[in-house]
Write a protein that binds this ligand. Structure first.
Ligand code: FRU
Length: 695
């Protein structure tokens, strides 16, 4: 049956985040912000600094605050905006006397309402840079919140119901000589949650389940509380992750390790966190696998950088081969990057190899860096080989090693072969995270360009020592993919996980909730019809569905069609290109009256564009990919939507990945619009609700 718009929008309202957590627990751990009307009192004086000065606020100590502390967006001391302040003016702690100045500012006393909120921006430093709420009668600090290392202001909501009616005041504390924070638009009562018809997402560290009730909650429940947190993608509960590492199927289970900093949602001395999965899509956290060597000095960033995992064919052990990075400021005589190993017989506890390092120095053509060893089996020579990311200062390159050791020691003893491949300088001077492997009758090399942070693939041939490239392309055409790692599973599939983030942006809004970094869904790699590297989600992604898929069948879209209301779903759509006569169609995700992310397909030039210019707190931009002309005239899209991430997989193998951080609870609409008053014909539109990746 063909349905044409306007048609009863079958899927709207079916899918929305339940207020009951996945394990059945209800409200006690959730912020009670929906009860905002219970007690409402006026907030502090001059709550949005619109007087242009500190009227109503008192300098408690220090030199950080004075008549220059309040600014409009024009201030160059804060770098470039937009700052997204409310009204014109806001407060920042470095305007009066520079970044080094310290001090404390307090608001007038006000009665706590059930709920309050405010905007915060600036640097992350929970101990030295924060906005706090103080109980006047005993001076105790009830709440505190630091910023994200980005100037754009983010709204924090506090459930102050436990103190409602009591006298409180805000403090702005800056005891840091290297950073600042900004504050704007303090609101109390239901005003704290509402922006016209829209309701702010409940963000802020104090809304995350604390250590007290952490253990009572399943991972799925803990993870469900946070509106910025993907539900079926791997994230750290608190702290930071970057590169996926050590990917392997070992003892039947899939293992994922991550570059990890448990101390803060920022990069730091690198640990390896560890999770396992029986089906490649549901995860269970295991103890940290590797710990940095000098944990007592937080300034010393020496750590265990990215690497790979292999099964030792003789002992059966799980062996990690990784970069030991040493901060030469603290260890001037050390070699900054060497290859080391650690081994585990139970897949949980890892012992560092006593003979580390296993590659003690970089070859001469690696002056710009030498890291991220990836071990692979070379079926053409029947031996283990290893690629290492590198660069000579003019161009990035990939160094090739082969194993020399007999049997069980063969993963510990390596001979340098030479430069496997190098660039022409146009793709950076240092290549990180190289992976090299055969697919079909081709070899694939991919790597990350260190400046600009783009992930590239090249498809070509390998003669045992060097690679000849035949085709070059971006691994992922969105902004948020980097440091991809490949592996082969027991079924012989070429799989990969990419970090759904990138170093390019300072926008990491989930830092207000104590964490940063997401890993992609498990992706299967293949050679595209045009000879490039293609990818699609693994079949097991269907196991993540939390309910039946809703299929609309054949649908002719004229104007705008509302597909559903959800931020945790899979949207699959197939467009009949021949039957459609519109110039373009747009899929809007995370959409409300205030914001949305759009995916625009232009029929004439076959371009697919992601636009986050008005998508909320995340990185604003547009990114475009050209889609191959499908032989059957069908454009198929498989879109994984997960609270703050979007992965788009197109039928030709193109992938586009982007992080999006909506401001409002209403920003969950999924809409399709056909442009130019013409129709876009869908063979089918299927929306599947998705559950949690946490078992
Ligand atoms: C890539 C990278 C790697 C390095 C790791 C450090 O994102 O810079 O080259 O091993 O991150 O965490």
């Amino acid at each position: 049956m063909t349905k044409t718009t306007p048609y009863k929008n079958a899927l709207v309202g079916l899918l929305s985040l339940a207020s009951v957590l996945p394990d059945g627990t209800t409200a006690s751990v959730l912020p009670r912000t929906q009860e905002c009307q219970r007690q409402q009192y006026p907030g502090p004086k001059n709550p949005s600094f619109e007087t242009g000065d500190l009227s109503g606020w008192t300098v408690v100590n220090g030199t950080a605050f004075g008549k220059s502390s309040v600014t409009t967006a024009a201030s160059s001391q804060l770098g470039s905006g937009p700052f997204n302040q409310v009204g014109k003016q806001f407060l920042s702690t470095n305007l009066q006397d520079g970044e080094a100045a310290t001090g404390t500012l307090r608001s007038s006393t006000f009665k706590a309402s059930s709920v309050m909120s405010f905007l915060i921006g600036g640097n992350y430093d929970p101990a030295n840079l924060y906005v706090g709420l103080v109980l006047e009668k005993d001076g105790s600090l009830l709440f505190s919140q630091t910023a994200t290392n980005d100037e754009a202001l983010i709204r924090i909501v506090w459930d102050t119901s436990a103190y409602a009616g009591q006298n409180v005041y805000l403090v702005v504390v800056d005891t840091s000589t290297t950073g600042h924070i900004s504050l704007d638009d303090v609101r109390t009562g239901c005003d704290a949650l509402k922006d016209g018809p829209h309701t702010f997402n409940i963000l802020g560290q104090s809304n995350q389940p604390t250590s007290k009730n952490l253990t009572a909650l399943s991972a799925a429940s803990r993870y469900a509380v946070d509106p910025t947190r993907p539900q079926y993608h791997y994230t750290p509960y608190q702290g930071w992750i970057n590169d996926p590492a050590g990917l392997i199927q070992w003892g039947g289970k899939y293992h994922l390790f991550n570059q990890y900093n448990p101390v803060a949602p920022l990069w730091g001395p690198m640990y390896w966190s560890h999770a396992e999965s029986t089906d490649a899509v549901h995860w269970r956290d295991l103890p940290v696998a590797l710990t940095p060597p000098y944990v007592n000095n937080t300034q010393d960033t020496s750590g265990r950088y990215t690497g790979s995992a292999v099964k030792n064919q003789d002992t059966g052990a799980l062996q990690l081969i990784y970069t030991d990075a040493t901060n030469v400021t603290y260890h001037p005589h050390a070699v900054p990057e060497v290859v080391s190993s650690a081994v585990s017989s139970d897949g949980i506890h890892f012992d560092l190899y006593s003979g580390n390092p296993i590659v003690a120095e970089a070859p001469p053509t690696s002056s710009a860096g030498f890291r991220d060893p990836k071990v692979f089996w070379d079926p053409t020579a029947n031996n283990w080989k290893m690629v290492v990311g590198s660069g000579d200062g003019h161009t990035g390159n990939v160094q090739l090693y082969k194993s020399t050791g007999p049997s069980s020691s063969e993963l510990l003893s390596w001979e340098y072969v030479g430069v496997l491949h190098q660039g022409d300088g146009s793709r950076g001077i240092m290549w990180e995270c190289p992976n090299f492997f055969p697919i079909d009758d081709k070899w694939v090399l991919f790597y990350g360009q260190d400046k600009g942070f783009k992930g590239w693939y090249e498809v070509g041939s390998f003669n045992g020592t060097t690679f000849v490239s035949e085709k070059l392309g971006l691994f992922d055409s969105g902004p948020d993919s980097y440091a991809t790692q490949w592996f082969v599973d027991d079924a012989g599939r070429n799989l990969a996980v990419t970090w759904i983030n990138n170093w390019n942006t300072t926008k990491w809004p989930s830092r207000v909730n104590g964490w940063a970094g997401t890993q992609s869904i498990m992706r299967e790699l293949f050679i595209r019809e045009d000879g490039g590297l293609g990818q699609k989600p693994v079949e097991e992604v269907s196991l993540l569905a939390s309910g039946p898929a809703k299929s609309l069948g054949q649908t002719d879209v004229f104007g705008t069609y509302e597909v559903g209301f959800t931020d945790t779903a899979r949207l699959q759509a197939t467009v009949d290109l021949a039957a459609s006569d519109a110039p373009a169609f747009t899929i809007e995700l995370f959409a409300s009256g205030a914001e949305s992310t759009s995916l625009v397909y232009n029929f004439a030039n076959r371009s697919l564009t992601i636009d986050t210019m008005n998508a909320g707190y995340g990185q604003a931009g547009t990114w475009e990919a050209t889609i191959a002309k499908p032989a059957d005239n069908r454009l198929s899209l498989d879109i994984l939507i997960d609270r703050s991430s979007i992965e788009v997989f197109v039928g030709d193998g193109t992938a586009m990945t982007v992080r999006v951080f909506p401001r409002y609870q209403e920003s969950k609409n999924i809409r399709i619009t056909s442009d130019g008053g013409k129709k876009t014909v869908f063979d089918d539109i299927v929306l599947t609700p998705m559950g949690s990746a946490w078992e």
